[in-house]
Design a binder for this molecule. Structure first.
Ligand SMILES: N[C@@H](CCC(=O)N[C@@H](CS)C(=O)NCC(=O)O)C(=O)O
Length: 117
């Protein structure tokens, strides 16, 4: 099944997805998107990802957005090796740490927010 990844090389959301793909040894074809060149805002890219953000994963013929949701999808479809600990408290710890970064830190230091400020 073809797998295509649309990352930006120094995007932390792209890093986390690339790390998950590498950990699970899942191959993909990269299609690099330049944020400084505003390639993520082109009509062609927005036809794939309506929010105009990276990363985007196309797995088979389906489009997947939002790095944490993509990582959870990968962990469900390709469970071995697992990304989440087996026990409940460990899973809570991973989700909490992920949400500190994904919800409380990253939105504030993002390109579009910094440009606005
Ligand atoms: N919550 C989203 C955030 C995606 C996101 O904001 N990606 C950044 C790069 S790390 C981006 O595309 N920024 C472009 C912009 O802000 O214009 C995710 O985890 O996928």
């Amino acid at each position: 099944m073809p797998r295509d990844l649309y990352p930006f090389f120094r995007s932390s959301t792209s890093y986390r997805l690339r790390i998950a793909l590498a950990y699970k040894r899942l191959e993909y074809t990269p299609h690099y998107v330049s944020l400084p060149k505003m390639e993520h805002r082109t009509p062609a890219y927005r036809a794939l990802h309506a929010q105009g953000l990276v990363p985007l994963l196309i797995d088979g013929n389906r489009q997947f957005i939002q790095s944490m949701a993509i990582i959870e999808y990968l962990d469900e479809i390709y469970p071995d090796p697992p990304l989440m600990p087996a026990e409940t408290h460990g899973r809570h710890y991973v989700r909490a740490a992920s949400q500190i970064i994904g919800c409380d830190i990253h939105p504030l230091n993002n390109v579009r927010v910094l440009k606005y400020i």
